[in-house]
Design a protein. Structure first.
Ligand SMILES: [Zn+2]
Length: 348
């Protein structure tokens, strides 16, 4: 495409989101609905794509009473008479896959998702208390988190199960570069890491539309966290590479249908903003580490500008601070040293 059609700021073609129980047609045969979430982030977007006489569903909302009730309204009103044909889950997070098992069983549907995301969803069920054992407790404590904060983080697996119905025992694997035919459309599957390990995005060149899951959002910087089972992992490096690939691969005027916030045009602009945002956080961390070595717990207020007391937020904040620290270490700009306050990042 010519650079003349490249938007310089984000554009929001749909000023207002659908109300709970409503759907909005964003392209002929592509529909957008919303479900509520009981968090500070209070909603998730789901989409339907015409699939013959029925509709393929992309993401499902969390499993709780309010979501199930909203689904009953969707099924009775805007979707009345239209069968669901299959479910595609972008990634294993509760707000995206929570009701997949429930819907699959109820309507005898297949669930399509990437291999890694499906296994992540299964793995948590195998031993939800696994995080409460070693070496995970010591891992959090070693980075300067207190006892209470550590217990909150260790309880994450059990929290997850409360929000996710058991997924089906079999799935259909989606991989990068698959061509996914839904009705008359052919989507190209793309995958991206960082926010989750193998998030699936579906791009329709004919519609100039991408269903992006949480990989790129208009207002929110998607959480990028180091997991306790991969303590030296570099999810931020993977995430930045994914943003770069999206920017290079997709047209600048593609309509992005994201998992949260409003649909937008301006993927390149937003990718650049997110890259700059993470670079600024890395710089702030390095500045703080030049004054004195900082534990990851101490870095949370450095990058978020405040203490985080909400347990749900702290899980994300700690993982995110560590993701920046690990990238900085890989870049060779800092190293880990032992201090009386725990392991700390020291500028080199
Ligand atoms: Zn997510």
């Amino acid at each position: 495409m010519s650079t003349l059609t490249m938007p310089k700021t984000l554009e929001f073609p749909f000023a207002a989101p659908p109300k709970i129980g409503e759907v909005v047609e964003v392209r002929p045969g592509i529909f957008w609905a919303r479900l509520a979430l009981p968090f500070r982030l209070d909603h998730v977007n789901i989409y339907f794509v015409e699939d013959g006489a029925g509709l393929a569903l992309i993401d499902t909302g969390i499993d709780n009473k309010a979501s199930r009730a909203a689904w009953e309204i969707l099924l009775a009103l805007p979707l009345a008479g239209r069968k669901l044909t299959r479910i595609i889950a972008t990634h294993f997070h509760p707000d995206h896959i929570g009701l997949a098992g429930w819907l699959c069983e109820r309507f005898d549907l297949e669930l399509a998702m990437s291999h890694t995301e499906y296994l992540m969803a299964l793995n948590i069920r195998l031993d939800p208390s696994a995080l409460k054992s070693e070496p995970y407790r010591s891992f959090y404590r070693s980075h300067g988190l207190g006892e209470d904060e550590t217990e909150i983080l260790l309880g994450n697996g059990l929290q997850y199960l409360r929000m996710v119905a058991p997924p089906p025992r079999t799935f259909l694997r989606l991989s990068a570069e698959d061509r996914v035919k839904i009705g008359e459309r052919t989507f190209e599957a793309m995958t991206g890491a960082g926010h989750s390990p193998e998030q699936v995005m579906l791009y329709s060149p004919a519609d100039n539309v991408i269903l992006s899951g949480d990989q790129i959002l208009a207002k929110i910087s998607p959480n990028v966290s180091v997991e306790a089972m991969d303590p030296d992992g570099d999810p931020l490096g993977l995430y930045l590479r994914s943003l770069d690939r999206l920017k290079r691969t997709l047209p600048g005027d593609v309509l992005v249908l994201p998992g949260h916030n409003l649909p937008f045009v301006g993927l390149g602009v937003r990718a650049d903003e997110l890259i700059a945002h993470h670079e600024a956080r890395c710089m702030a961390i390095l500045e703080a580490c030049k004054v004195k070595p900082q534990t990851v717990a101490e870095l949370v207020p450095v990058i978020f500008g405040r203490r985080i007391d909400d347990p749900h937020q702290l899980v994300f904040a700690f993982g995110e601070a560590l993701a920046h620290a690990n990238l900085i270490i890989r870049d060779g700009a800092a190293r880990i040293v032992q201090t009386p306050r725990g392991l700390a990042l020291e500028a080199v």
